[in-house]
Design a protein around this ligand. Structure first.
Ligand code: M3L
Ligand code: AKG
Ligand code: FE2
Length: 430
C-alpha cells in the first residue's frame, strides 16, 4: 500500500512526464508509456498507456487501468470506477431525461464490469460494454460531476463578515413591493441572503398576516412546537427565556431538533420601551478564525457529537425534544462548513465522549466562543415595525439585549431546502 502523499507524488511525476512528452507517432492516437524510474515502473507494471484525443491534443488524455479509467481533461485528473461509469449512463434506456431519473437498475450491473472498448474524441468519451451497450459522456459533464471536480468546487459561495465588513458592503434592504411583485426583487433579496446569511425587507405592513405572505414568497413555513406563524411577548407563555425581558446571548435556534430550522424570520410589530436590540454574529466567520488559529480545535468541534434538549412543562405545553450533532457540521469531501449548532442555553449533558476528549472539547468551545464574542464581530440592529429580518439559522447567530416595556415580535421558521429551491429557480448558485 502506498501512503496518499506517496501516491500524490507519484501522480505528479507521471503527469509531468505526460505533459512534457512530445507526440512522436504522428497520425496515431497512442503514446508510449512515459519513462519512469525503475521502482515506479514496477509499481505501474501493466498500466500506464496514455491515449490522446488527437496527436497534438494537450487538453485530454486517458488511460485504462484494471478497475478504473483515468482521464485528464481541462487540467483535472479524474479517476472513474467502471461500475460508476456504467451506473451514470445517460442513454435513453438507462436514464429518463424528461424526469431526470435513473431507469437503470444499478443492482443489475456486474460489479466486475469492464468496458470492452473506449474511445475519446474532442468532446466525448465513448464506452462500449461487454453486452454491446454504448455509453457516452460529455467531457465537460465528467469534469463537473467527478469527485475530483467536486472537491475543487465551493458548494455555497459566501461572504464571511464581521460588523465592519457588513457595514462596508452596504447591503441594501429590499422593498416589500419589489420583493413580492418582481423576480428581480426576490432575486436580489436571496442573493444577499445567500452571501451574508441575513437579509432585510422593508416597508412591510406590520402584521402577522403580511409577514406570513413574505415568508411564503421565499419558502415553505416550517411548523414547529411553537406553531406556524408565532407571535411572542415577554409573557412567559412558554417555558423558554425567549418569552421574557432578559438578555439572550448569541445562539442558533432549535439546536434540539435533529435538523435545526433553516431560516428564522423576525418582524417586530411593536415595542414601547427601551433596549431590545437584536445581535447578529456570522458564525462561519468565527469558525474560520478558529480554523486558522487552531485547526485541531476546529476538527474537534466538527467531530464531537453533542446533545441539545428542550424540556417544557408550562401550562398545556409539554415537549421533550432532543437533537444530536456536532457544533460545526462540514461536508466530508471538502470540509466546507454548512451548519453551526450553537446554543449554550439548550446544550444538554455531554455524555457522548470520554472525559479526556471532553476537556479538549471545552477548550475548543472556548476558542470559538471567544471569536463569537469579539465586539468587532457583533452587528447590532434595532428591529422596527415594517422591517422584516431573515436569518440563516445554520450560519448566523442571533441574540437580544434586555428590554423594558411592551415588545411584540412575530415570525416563523422556514424550511431550508425550499429557500434554496427558490434561489436555484432564479438562477442563483445555492
Ligand atoms: C422563536 N420562538 C420564540 C418561537 C422560539 C424560541 C425558541 C427558543 C429556544 N431556546 C431556541 O433557541 O430554540
Ligand atoms: O426577542 C428576540 O429578539 C429574539 C429571541 C430569540 O432568540 C428567539 O425568539 O429565538
Ligand atoms: Fe433564538
Amino acid at each position: 500500500m502506498l501512503a496518499p502523499s506517496q501516491l500524490l507524488r507519484m501522480w505528479c511525476r507521471r503527469l509531468a512526464c505526460v505533459f512534457k512528452m512530445p507526440c512522436r507517432q504522428s497520425g496515431s492516437t497512442r503514446h508510449q508509456s512515459p519513462r519512469l524510474p525503475h521502482d515506479r515502473r514496477t509499481i505501474l507494471a501493466a498500466a500506464a498507456r496514455w491515449h490522446h484525443t488527437a496527436p497534438e491534443s494537450l487538453k485530454c488524455a486517458w488511460q485504462l487501468h484494471g478497475d478504473h479509467l483515468e482521464l485528464r481533461y481541462a487540467n483535472t485528473l479524474m479517476r472513474f470506477d467502471f461500475v460508476w461509469l456504467r451506473d451514470h449512463c445517460r442513454s435513453a434506456s438507462c436514464y429518463n431525461a424528461k424526469t431526470n431519473q435513473r431507469s437503470l437498475d444499478t443492482a443489475s450491473v456486474d460489479l466486475g464490469i469492464k468496458p470492452k472498448a473506449v474511445r475519446v474524441d474532442e468532446t466525448t468519451l465513448f464506452l462500449t460494454w461487454p453486452d454491446g451497450h454504448v455509453t457516452r459522456y460529455g467531457l465537460e459533464w465528467l469534469v463537473k460531476n467527478s469527485y475530483e471536480g467536486q472537491k475543487q468546487q465551493v458548494m455555497h459561495p459566501r461572504i464571511l463578515w464581521n460588523a465592519e465588513i457588513y457595514r462596508q458592503a452596504q447591503v441594501p434592504s429590499v422593498d416589500c413591493r419589489s420583493f413580492l411583485e418582481t423576480d428581480e426583487g426576490l432575486k436580489e433579496f436571496l442573493q444577499n441572503f445567500l452571501l451574508y446569511g441575513i437579509a432585510f425587507v422593508e416597508n412591510v405592513t406590520p402584521t402577522k398576516e403580511d409577514t406570513e405572505i413574505l415568508a411564503e414568497r421565499v419558502s415553505l413555513i416550517r411548523e414547529t412546537i411553537y406553531g406556524r406563524m408565532w407571535y411572542f411577548t415577554s409573557d412567559f407563555s412558554r417555558g423558554d427565556t425567549a418569552y421574557t425581558k432578559l438578555a439572550l446571548d448569541r445562539h442558533t435556534d432549535t439546536t434540539y431538533f435533529q435538523e435545526p430550522c433553516g431560516i428564522q424570520v423576525f418582524h417586530c410589530l411593536k415595542h414601547e420601551g427601551t433596549g431590545g436590540r437584536t445581535l447578529l454574529v456570522d458564525g462561519f466567520y468565527a469558525a474560520e478564525q478558529v480554523l486558522r488559529q487552531a485547526p485541531d480545535q476546529f476538527e474537534l468541534l466538527s467531530k464531537v457529537p453533542l446533545k441539545h434538549e428542550y424540556v417544557e412543562n408550562v401550562g398545556d405545553c409539554h415537549n421533550h425534544m432532543i437533537g444530536v450533532g456536532p457544533v460545526l457540521n462540514v461536508y466530508p469531501w471538502n470540509n466546507e462548513l454548512y451548519l453551526i449548532r450553537y446554543n449554550n442555553y439548550d446544550r444538554a449533558v455531554i455524555n457522548t465522549v470520554p472525559y479526556d476528549v471532553v476537556h479538549r472539547w471545552y477548550a475548543a468551545h472556548r476558542t470559538l466562543t471567544a471569536e463569537l464574542r469579539r465586539p468587532e464581530n457583533e452587528l447590532w440592529v434595532k428591529l422596527k415595525p415594517g422591517k422584516a429580518l431573515f436569518i440563516d439559522n445554520w450560519r448566523v447567530l442571533h441574540g437580544r439585549e434586555a428590554f423594558t416595556g411592551y415588545r411584540q415580535l412575530c415570525g416563523c421558521y422556514l424550511t431550508r431546502d425550499d429557500v434554496l429551491n427558490t434561489a436555484r429557480l432564479l438562477g442563483l448558485q445555492a
